[in-house]
Design a protein around this ligand. Structure first.
Ligand SMILES: Cc1ncc(C[n+]2csc(CCOP(=O)(O)OP(=O)(O)O)c2C)c(N)n1
Ligand SMILES: [Mg+2]
Length: 335
C-alpha cells in the first residue's frame, strides 16, 4: 500500500477554494481558539469545574478535517473535543452551557467538558477513555454499510491511543470489512507527560496503516489546508466503498494536558517554536499574502468571533441548573 502522497495537496486546496471558504476556515479556527481562551478564564474563576482539556494549537486538525466532510457525516472525538464539536457546527452557547453544567448544555449539563454530544449534528462524542471512540467509529461504519448510506465516519484520537488494543482491533475490522471510516491521529507528541518515543515502538505513526492494508499519510497538522486536502481524499475513498484510511496529523497543544497540568516536562523553548507555527496566524498570513481577503475583512471576523464568545458566556451564566427532580432523567436513551 502506497504511503507516499502528493506534496502539493495544500497548495491545490488553497487555489481551488473561494474567498468565502477560506474565511470560513479562518473563522472556525479562531472561534475555537477564543472559546478555549475563555474556557480557561472561566475555569480559573470557578465557573467550570472538573476535568477540562483544551484544544488551543490543534485547531487546524479539527477544522481542516471537518470542513472536508458533508453535514451528514459522523464525527467522534476524545475528551479534548470542544474544537471538534464546534467545527461540526455546535453553537458556542450550547457548548459553553455544557461546560458550566447548565440545563441548556448539549448533554443537558450532565456530561461536562469530556462528554459533549449532539446526535442531530452527528457529533457522536466526547470519550474519556483513551481509544474509546475507535470501536464505536467502526460500529458506525458497519451500520452505514448495512443501511447502504453514503456517509463517512471521521474518528479523531491522540497518539496515546495507538498502543491500545482498541486501535488495532478497530483498524483490523475496518480494513477487513472496508468500512467507511477516516481515522485521524492527532500526534501532539505527548500522552499526558509521556513523549511518543517513550511509549510507542514506531514513531512514524501513519505507518501503522501498513499492516492493516489501508493508505496511511502524515500531514502537517498546523496547516489547515494540508489536513483538508488529505481528508478530502480519504473521505472520497471511503464514500466510494474503498474502505478506511489512517491520517497522522502532526500538531502541538499550546497548553498543558489539562487545566491542572503546568507542562513542566517540556521546555519553554519547544513551546515557543511551535507557537511560531500557530495555525491561525499562518492562515491569516497566507490569505493576506495571496490577497484573498483584506486585513479589514479579517479584523471584522475577529470582532464577530469575540462577540459570539461573549454571548456564549452570558447565555451559560444566565441558564438554569438542571432541576433536582430531573436527576435520574436522560441517563439512558429514551428516558
Ligand atoms: C484507557 C485509558 N487509559 C488511561 C487513561 C488516562 N489518560 C487520560 S488522557 C491520557 C493521555 C492520552 O494522550 P493522547 O491520546 O496522546 O491525547 P492528547 O491528550 O495528547 O490529546 C491518559 C493516559 C484514560 N483516560 N483511558
Ligand atoms: Mg497526544
Amino acid at each position: 500500500m502506497a504511503l507516499e502522497r502528493d506534496k502539493h495537496i495544500a497548495e491545490r486546496a488553497l487555489l481551488t477554494m473561494d474567498e468565502a471558504q477560506l474565511l470560513d476556515l479562518y473563522r472556525s479556527m479562531l472561534l475555537i481558539r477564543r472559546f478555549e481562551e475563555k474556557t480557561a478564564e472561566m475555569y480559573a474563576r470557578g465557573k467550570i469545574t472538573g476535568f477540562c482539556h483544551l484544544y488551543a494549537g490543534e485547531e487546524a486538525v479539527a477544522v481542516g478535517a471537518i470542513s472536508a466532510l458533508y453535514d451528514k457525516d459522523y464525527v467522534l472525538s476524545t475528551y479534548r473535543e470542544h474544537g471538534h464539536c464546534l467545527a461540526k457546527g455546535a453553537s458556542p452557547r450550547v457548548v459553553m452551557a455544557e461546560l458550566f453544567g447548565k440545563a441548556t448544555g448539549s448533554s443537558r449539563g450532565r456530561g461536562g467538558s469530556m462528554h459533549l454530544f449532539d446526535a442531530n449534528l452527528r457529533f457522536m462524542g466526547g470519550y474519556a477513555i483513551v481509544g474509546g471512540g475507535l470501536p464505536l467509529a467502526a460500529g458506525l461504519g458497519l451500520s452505514i454499510l448495512y443501511k447502504e448510506e453514503p456517509e463517512v465516519v471521521c474518528c479523531f484520537f491522540g497518539d496515546g491511543a495507538l498502543p491500545q488494543g482498541a486501535f488495532h482491533e478497530s483498524l483490523n475490522l475496518a480494513s477487513l470489512w472496508k468500512l467507511p471510516v477516516v481515522f485521524i491521529c492527532e500526534n501532539n507528541f505527548y500522552g499526558m507527560g509521556t513523549l511518543v518515543q517513550n511509549a510507542i515502538c514506531q514513531e512514524e505513526l501513519y505507518r501503522f496503516a501498513e499492516p492493516y492494508k489501508m493508505p496511511g499519510v502524515r500531514v502537517d497538522g498546523m496547516d489547515v489546508l494540508d489536513v483538508y486536502g488529505a481528508v478530502t481524499e480519504a473521505a472520497a475513498r471511503a464514500r466510494e466503498g474503498d474502505g478506511p484510511s489512517l491520517i497522522e496529523a502532526v500538531t502541538y497543544r499550546f497548553r498543558g494536558h489539562s487545566m491542572s497540568d503546568p507542562a513542566e516536562y517540556r521546555s519553554r523553548r519547544e513551546e515557543r517554536i511551535w507557537q511560531e507555527r500557530d495555525p491561525i496566524k499562518a492562515l491569516r498570513r497566507k490569505i493576506l499574502h495571496d490577497r484573498r481577503a483584506s486585513e479589514a475583512r479579517l479584523d471584522e471576523i475577529d470582532a464577530e468571533v469575540a462577540a459570539a464568545i461573549e454571548d456564549a458566556v452570558k447565555f451559560a451564566e444566565e441558564s438554569p441548573e438542571p432541576g433536582l427532580d430531573e436527576i435520574g432523567k436522560h441517563v439512558y436513551a429514551g428516558e
